[in-house]
Design a protein. Structure first.
Ligand code: PLP
Length: 399
């Protein structure tokens, strides 16, 4: 279709042309190739028009084959009409929210969320005339009574970060829709393999694909999925802001998602086994995991998730820094890492990471004490993992 090198031209010119296009059939590869090209050549103006009409590939920031592949995969995983793939979870969250709000709107948000999402509301939206109220989304009356006539977005997470609370998505979506507002859910902790917020009534789902979706702790990426009328607005904004995922990360995440189902089930089983052990441990003050009958939303979690309650759990240890350090130092199979969702078990300390922007008083008000550890459970052998946590607790807190 396109010209290649030509003997009438000099070496200086031909070295730029030779081998630029495949001269052999390369269709239907078993694994998706990585399309790093910033642009795709068009033949002439008619071809250009055709690309526009068919949403074909012209310029990477607008559209790229690997990004499109990931978006299509995410639409399937979350059961949504369409998706965009973004440069990070935060890019997905901010693009989805900013595209669907305007000055004068009000947002009603859950009070326990990933800390930087809270900052999008308080530091970014606030600057542009969008006010946010934060309430506990497990309290439906608080949600209902804080909706205002100008509330356009209700925002929460399928399982909240870091307290692992479970909001009633079906009920909250009804409250949103009765006010002509939309419900946006961050499904990062559960993923479409274990929970489908769109099927429960949400309008948009955002994901940090950096986490369980990719699962290998080697790519930063995100996605927005849902009805075209909302995702298309996010796409338009993404093209202007440049919040799109790059081809290599998109490719890595597509590859990661192929094993998502296997990983998250094993992670959920391991998390449930750990939660059971922690609940019996004399050294653990509180355990937060929806698999436990003692979890305040256990019944709801059974309704929303079935038998897999996700790989995220939190525990509260005595607020003694020296002993917490000893506990961490004694772990072999769990590493401290400021991320989650990888195939290995990791832990993080919200007061010094995701919620470090809050004062101690602000954190305590929403239940995040200085003894809280968040654990992202991996796919290790269940018994090995339980034993390793038990011995580390004993080494730090035992007599
Ligand atoms: C629930 C949740 N949403 C969004 C994000 C942001 O994702 P990213 O780091 O890919 O921007 C995180 C990060 O930890 C998260 O835990």
């Amino acid at each position: 279709m396109f010209k290649d090198f030509d003997d009438n031209f000099d070496f200086e010119s031909n070295i730029l042309e030779a081998g630029a296009y495949f001269s052999y059939p390369a269709s239907d590869p078993e694994a998706l190739p990585i399309h790093m090209s910033t642009a795709h050549n068009v033949k002439d103006l008619d071809d250009l028009q055709k690309r526009y009409d068919e949403h074909g590939f012209c310029y990477n920031r607008n559209r790229n084959p690997n990004r499109t592949a990931l978006a299509e995969l995410m639409s399937y995983v979350e059961g949504g009409e369409t998706s965009i793939a973004c440069s990070s979870g935060m890019a997905a969250i901010s693009t989805a929210i900013i595209a669907n709000t305007k000055a004068g709107d009000h947002v009603l948000s859950d009070q326990t969320l990933y800390g930087e999402t809270i900052e999008i509301f308080t530091k970014i939206l606030a600057k542009y005339g969008v006010e946010t109220t934060f309430v506990d989304f497990t309290d439906l009356e608080a949600v209902r009574s804080n909706v205002r006539p100008n509330t356009t977005i209700l925002y929460t997470e399928t399982v909240s970060n870091p307290l692992i609370s479970v909001p009633d998505i079906a009920e909250i979506s009804e409250i949103a829709h009765a006010n002509d507002a939309i419900l946006i859910i961050d499904n990062t902790f559960m993923t479409g393999a274990l929970a489908r917020p769109l099927k429960m009534g949400a309008d948009l789902v955002v994901n940090s694909l950096t986490k369980f979706a990719n699962g290998h702790s080697d790519a930063v990426c995100g996605a927005v999925t849902g009805a075209a009328k909302y995702v298309d607005k996010a796409y338009e904004l993404q093209v202007l802001l440049g919040t799109q995922s790059d081809p290599f990360s998109s490719w890595l995440v597509c590859r990661g998602i192929r094993t998502l189902n296997l990983r998250v089930r094993k992670q959920a089983e391991n998390a449930a086994a750990l939660a059971e052990m922690f609940e019996k441990s004399a050294y653990v003050k509180a355990v937060y995991h929806p698999s436990l009958a003692s979890h305040p939303q256990h019944e709801l979690a059974v309704k929303e998730f079935g038998k897999y309650f996700g790989g995220m759990l939190s525990i509260e240890l005595p607020e003694d820094r020296e002993k917490m350090n000893k506990f961490m130092d004694n772990m072999h199979l769990c590493h401290y890492a400021m991320t989650l969702g990888g195939y290995r078990t990791t832990m993080s300390y919200p007061p010094m990471s995701s919620h470090s922007d809050m004062t101690k008083e602000e954190r305590m008000a929403i239940g995040i004490s200085d003894g809280l550890l968040r654990i992202s459970v991996g796919i290790e052998n269940t018994e090995d993992l339980v034993k390793d946590f038990e011995q580390a607790l004993e080494a730090a807190y035992g007599a």
